[in-house]
Design a protein. Structure first.
Length: 555
């Protein structure tokens, strides 16, 4: 996952992941990457991910956006290690932050694989912390260590972003362990399995040019779920005289895993020293184990917070998408003298794949369409929007309802729709002749309810394949004549397949029985059906979109 890494301003070394297809940078709190600097515009720039390439665009900001000190005009593709400057803030663009080896705070960390060899281990102590956060003792320098632990607890207690708080943990550990020469915290990326350096600290600046972390030590702590203390890592054959240990003359080392509430390993904290005379002891290991337990809680809390923020952002986006989708549906039924219309639409989720529309035609006729896109949620709603737009266009350009449906079918036979299909019923009402032309693309047959209460399936001659199945499908039209008091009912399978707590479906038989009950108007027919479905379902959650359209002649 690509990131923007801060190299000047804010918190140097902090990485902003570019997880979305569009990440907006700016001063406004709703931006994906918030830059709280007065000179930064509210929405300053954005980074687009297109076919695994990343592009930077300036959003007409007040002070401009620069890449490698070149002013950005239009869209500019980002390359590895490009430097993005926004006012006094500088970022490095990285496809692989773990492989970056520059001199910024965390970017110069490199994790190396070491091959251990057999031999005598100089591990002098091992502390099992996989059982949780209880049972750890403080026995050495308790007063000073307790003070530092309280400081760490305060830092971790209010942690929301780990990039800010984990470096403070290392600062406090260096107060406890005055013999420590360096320390680092790495977390595991559960999607890729990689270890991501989150914080690094050196006692001496001269040692900070490059850090190479031995995966051998880290793996031992993570696999055993135990905190490890080695008296002399440089001669500890358990670590196989690994290259990174030899290069940095690491002597005494402690490494503690961060164990989550479900027992999963989140990462590690490691502290080491290059002075063979100033080794860590068992009491030090217990202190580090205590810190690791506290840090693990904060890591989990921060991850949950990040998920909650992402879910809240998604919720807001879905609310906007819902409003947009409602805009594709009719705001009100058409006004046709002598006729009455009723409609109902209720998605199972925030976005649905059912569709209905009233489309006035030039000669006074009215098209009434109802469709059902396979699947649910966002993907189905996008196809529903496509269906709505194409239906209006084709009915305006084609004189025949069958030709319009045939062309619509060819649109959705495109391979880009990922084998999705749509069932559709298209009816065209001619209020002068009171005839209704019906074209059926794999949908349930319309139900005709006569004034006397008789209910039957009609237009069976028009049965065709769903849209998007067979490109050369030819569709047929059928005709239904409406008498005064007659009503035509179109519905999606969310009605007949509505299920109650006993796993029973509402079904066709109950549907027709309900429609046969006395009703003095089209609206009464539709509302009576919906109320009967609600009573049948009871408290069971809705599992499919529900759509009903009724229209007919007034009695």
């Amino acid at each position: 996952m690509a990131v923007l890494k801060v190299i000047r301003g804010l918190s140097p070394g902090r990485c902003f992941p570019l997880e979305k297809a569009c990440s907006v940078l700016g001063r406004h709190p709703d931006c994906d990457i918030v830059l709280p600097v007065g000179a930064v515009s509210r929405q300053h720039a954005q980074i687009l991910r297109i076919d695994n390439q990343y592009y930077l665009e300036d959003l007409k900001s007040r002070n401009g956006t620069f890449v490698n000190e070149e002013f950005v005009r239009g869209r500019r593709r980002l390359s590895e290690h490009d430097v993005v400057r926004i006012c006094d803030l500088e970022f490095k663009f990285l496809y692989d932050p773990a492989a970056d080896e520059d001199s910024s705070t965390v970017s110069h960390v490199r994790i190396v694989d070491d091959e251990p060899s057999a031999g005598t281990s100089t591990i002098v102590s091992k502390l099992d912390i996989s059982a949780g956060r209880e049972g750890l003792r403080l026995t050495a320098n308790a007063e000073a260590k307790l003070k530092a632990l309280l400081e760490i607890a305060q830092n971790l207690g209010g942690a929301v972003t780990l990039e800010d708080v984990l470096p403070k943990v290392l600062d406090s550990l260096f107060k406890i362990f005055i013999q420590a020469d360096r320390g680092f915290i790495v977390l595991k990326d559960f999607q890729s399995g990689r270890l991501i350096p989150m914080a690094v600290k050196h006692r001496h600046d001269a040692a900070a040019e490059q850090i190479r972390i031995s995966r051998t030590i880290v793996n031992e702590a993570m696999e055993s779920k135990g905190a490890i203390l080695s008296a002399d890592a440089a001669t500890d054959e358990r670590f196989g005289m690994s290259e990174s240990i030899a290069d940095f003359q690491i002597r005494s080392v402690m490494c503690a895993p961060l164990i989550g509430s479900e027992g999963q390993v989140l990462g590690v904290i490691q502290i080491d020293t290059i002075d063979p005379r100033r080794r860590f002891n068992n009491d030090d290991l217990e202190v580090l184990g205590s810190v690791a337990c506290q840090a693990a809680v904060s890591v989990e809390n921060a991850q949950l917070h990040r998920i909650a923020v992402a879910e809240e952002a998604m919720k807001r986006e879905l609310e906007v998408a819902y409003q947009v989708q409602q805009g594709f549906l009719p705001a009100e039924p058409p006004v046709v003298p002598g006729y009455e219309f009723f409609d109902f639409y209720e998605p199972a989720r925030q976005l649905g794949g059912d569709y209905f529309d009233y489309i006035p035609l030039q000669d006074g006729r009215v098209a009434v369409a109802l469709g059902d896109v396979s699947g649910k949620g966002v993907s189905a709603s996008l196809l529903m929007a496509k269906l709505s737009a194409e239906m209006k266009y084709l009915l305006a350009s084609e004189t025949s309802a069958t030709d319009a449906v045939a062309k619509l079918n060819r649109v959705f036979c495109d391979s880009r729709w990922d084998d999705r299909f749509i069932t559709l019923i298209l009816t065209v009402l001619d209020p002068r002749s009171h005839g209704v032309t019906v074209v059926n693309a794999g949908h349930m047959f319309p139900l005709l309810r006569t004034r006397s209460g008789k209910v039957e399936e009609v237009a069976k001659a028009s049965d065709g394949m769903p849209l998007g199945v067979m490109e050369e499908e030819e569709y047929q039209a059928d005709t239904v004549q409406l008498s005064p008091g007659d009503c035509l009912v179109l519905y999606s399978d969310g009605i007949t397949e509505a299920m109650n707590s006993a796993n029973e479906c509402y079904g066709d038989e109950r549907l027709q029985t309900q429609l046969a009950k006395p009703a003095d108007s089209v609206t009464a027919v539709g509302k009576g059906l919906l109320e009967d479905v609600r009573q049948f379902v009871g408290t069971r959650a809705q599992s499919d979109d529900r759509c009903v359209v009724c229209f007919g002649r007034k009695a």
